[in-house]
Ligand binder design. Sequence first.
Ligand code: SF4
Length: 318
Amino acid sequence: MNQANTDGAGVRGSNGCMTRREAVRAGALVGAGLAVAGGTAVLARRAKAPPDPSGPGTIRSLPVLNNLPARADEDVLLRMQRELVKAMAKPVEQRRWIMVIDTRKCVGCHACTIACIAENHLPPGVVYRPVVTEEFGEFPNVQLRFTPRPCMQCDSPPCVPVCPVNATWKRADGIVAIDYDKCIGCRYCIAACPYGARTSDFGENYTDGVAQGCPEGDESPMFGAQAPWADQPSHEYGKAWRREGHQSPAGNARKCHFCLHRLEAGQLPQCATSCIGRATYFGDANDPGSLVTELVTKHNVQTLLPHKGTKPRVFYIV
Ligand code: SF4
């Protein structure tokens, strides 16, 4: 693996190779999805027409980074961002999204887990990207291994055929989507997934029963769903889902969708953006020049539970 690509030196502008203007712009682009700095991006997402989750021939003209010259030593996030823009300019059926996770680089910080919860506004009990921790050996020769586990976006997904109302399906670009308006919450798909990648939204809020103060000019306290966090919508699948009064996606099955709503807005999945170890790579496997293609070609990548025949689209470097 090209270490020069992973240290972020390009963004920091060492040796004066990148002008301050370029560095500031690069930083702004890469950080646009982070919870604190993502206000503008969120507003942009809200303003966009919602994509059809059935995956029509969407082609996105995303001129992001067009004026920023590519550098051999740039941060991998910038490279993946360029490749994302290139992929989104193609018809949806010509993209093949995959994720590559380098477990040698994962430090078990759970930043991706938390960033995903913030991005998708996940309630208690719903986690799209847990990080599994395993311990090997005997003291004092012990080792830890961390394995982030998003939805595998399987090419033969056992969760799809068991759905009695066709609320989940495989998109042309490989993402397994859920129609929250169709889902009846039967949980067959949750039982069918061998990875435990689906969880049920029971309609709970972190702020249930917790007083959040009083609105200005009103002395009655705000509780639960009236509280600021619970009131914010999730933007999955390009719609604003508010869960008020147990509305969708409360009561539904939920899972990782490679941040489809972010891809439509020209942004990388939040887990890739927030990974401090640069252990998560995302891109179009149909692009022979993409970083993910390079990684799966160069490394002896593995998938989880290959004997299940699910054909995962998440690959691990171990
Ligand atoms: Fe379905 Fe589970 Fe595969 Fe995701 S990991 S596509 S939920 S079977």
